[in-house]
Write a protein that binds this ligand. Structure first.
Ligand code: NAI
Length: 261
C-alpha cells in the first residue's frame, strides 16, 4: 500500500487500539510515512508484537503503553507517559473499540456502559487529557466511528449508540478546538476484515455463507481491508485535509449507498 513518503516526518502520533486490526494498519501507515508513534492497547502481548514488528521495519521511533482506555485513571497515566516521551502531540487517533452482538432483551446496563466507556467516553477523556500537548500550530484528531452511526443493523444497539455519539463528539470537539487549529474528524468504516469482524462472523450458524452474503452487498465488489481505513485516517490527519473539520468520512466500498440490496 502506498503511503505519502515522509508526509508525517517530525510528527508525533498517538494511536489507541493499535495492537491489531485497523489500529495496527493505521500505525503501520503513519510509521511508513515518518511519524514517531505512541501506541496504546489493553492487549499486552499483541501490542508488544506489533511494536516489535514496526521497530524492526527501520522506521521512526515507537513507544507504547498497555492501558484500558475505559479507565479514566489509566487515561491520566497515559497522558503523563505521552508527555514524558514528547513535548508535542500532532495527531491523535481514537481507534480502540469493542462490540457485543446482542438482541435488545440481552442488553444490560453493564454491557451498555462498557461499550460506551470504550467507544465514546475514552475518545473524549483522551482528547481532554492530551489537548494541552498540541502546539500552537494545531494538529489533527481522528475518531474511528462506524456506518452503525448512521444506519441500523440487527443486534447492535449499544455499539450503534456509542458510534453515533462519537460522530456528535467529533463535531462538538471540532467546533471547540477550531480556534486552536486542531481539526477533529471521524472515519465511518463499513465491514473491514479484522479480528473483530472474524469474531462477528463466528456468531453466525454459517460464517462462510454470511461472509459471502456481506461481500455481495458491496458495489465495489469486496469487503474492506484495514489499509483502506488507514489511508482515510492518513488523509484526515495530514495537511492534505487542512480545510476539513467536524466531518465524517464513510469508507465502506459503497455498502450504504444502495436503497435496495
Ligand atoms: P479489533 O477488535 O480487531 O481491534 C481493536 C483493538 O482495540 C484491539 O487490539 C483491542 O485490544 C483494542 N482495545 C479494545 N478495547 C480496548 C480498551 N478498553 N483499551 C485499550 N485497547 C482496547 O477491532 P477492529 O476491527 O480493528 O476495530 C477498530 C475500530 O474500528 C473500532 O473502534 C471498531 O469499532 C471500528 N470499526 C471496525 C469495523 C470492522 O468491520 N472491523 C467497522 C467499523 C468500525
Amino acid at each position: 500500500m502506498r503511503a505519502i513518503k515522509d508526509g508525517f516526518a517530525h510528527q508525533f502520533a498517538v494511536v489507541t487500539g493499535a495492537a491489531r486490526g485497523i489500529g495496527r494498519a493505521i500505525a503501520e501507515h503513519l510509521h511508513r510515512a515518518g511519524a514517531r508513534l505512541f501506541l496504546v492497547d489493553c492487549n499486552a502481548a499483541a501490542l508488544e508484537e506489533t511494536t516489535r514488528v514496526l521497530r524492526d521495519s527501520h522506521g521512526s521511533a515507537i513507544d507504547c503503553a498497555v492501558a484500558d482506555v475505559a479507565d479514566p485513571a489509566a487515561i491520566e497515566r497515559l497522558a503523563a507517559q505521552v508527555a514524558s516521551c514528547e513535548e508535542r502531540v500532532d495527531v491523535l487517533v481514537n481507534n480502540a473499540g469493542i462490540e457485543f452482538d446482542l438482541p435488545l432483551e440481552k442488553v444490560t446496563a453493564d454491557i451498555f456502559d462498557r461499550v460506551v466507556a470504550v467507544n465514546l467516553r475514552a475518545p473524549l477523556l483522551l482528547t481532554k487529557a492530551l489537548v494541552s500537548l498540541f502546539s500552537e500550530a494545531g494538529g489533527a484528531i481522528v475518531n474511528i466511528s462506524s456506518i452503525h452511526a448512521h444506519h441500523a443493523f440487527p443486534n447492535a444497539i449499544p455499539y450503534a449508540c456509542s458510534k453515533a455519539g462519537l460522530v456528535a463528539l467529533t463535531r462538538n470537539l471540532a467546533l471547540e478546538l477550531a480556534p486552536r487549529g486542531i481539526r477533529v474528524n471521524a472515519v465511518c468504516p463499513g465491514y473491514i476484515d479484522t479480528p473483530m469482524w472474524d469474531e462477528w462472523l463466528r456468531t453466525a450458524s454459517d460464517p462462510e455463507a454470511l461472509a459471502r452474503e456481506t461481500e455481495a452487498l458491496h458495489p465495489l465488489g469486496r469487503r474492506g481491508r484495514p489499509e483502506d481505513v488507514a489511508s482515510a485516517v492518513a488523509y484526515l490527519a495530514s495537511t492534505e485535509s487542512a480545510w476539513v473539520t467536524g466531518t465524517c468520512l464513510v469508507v465502506d466500498g459503497g455498502l450504504t449507498i444502495r436503497a435496495h440490496p
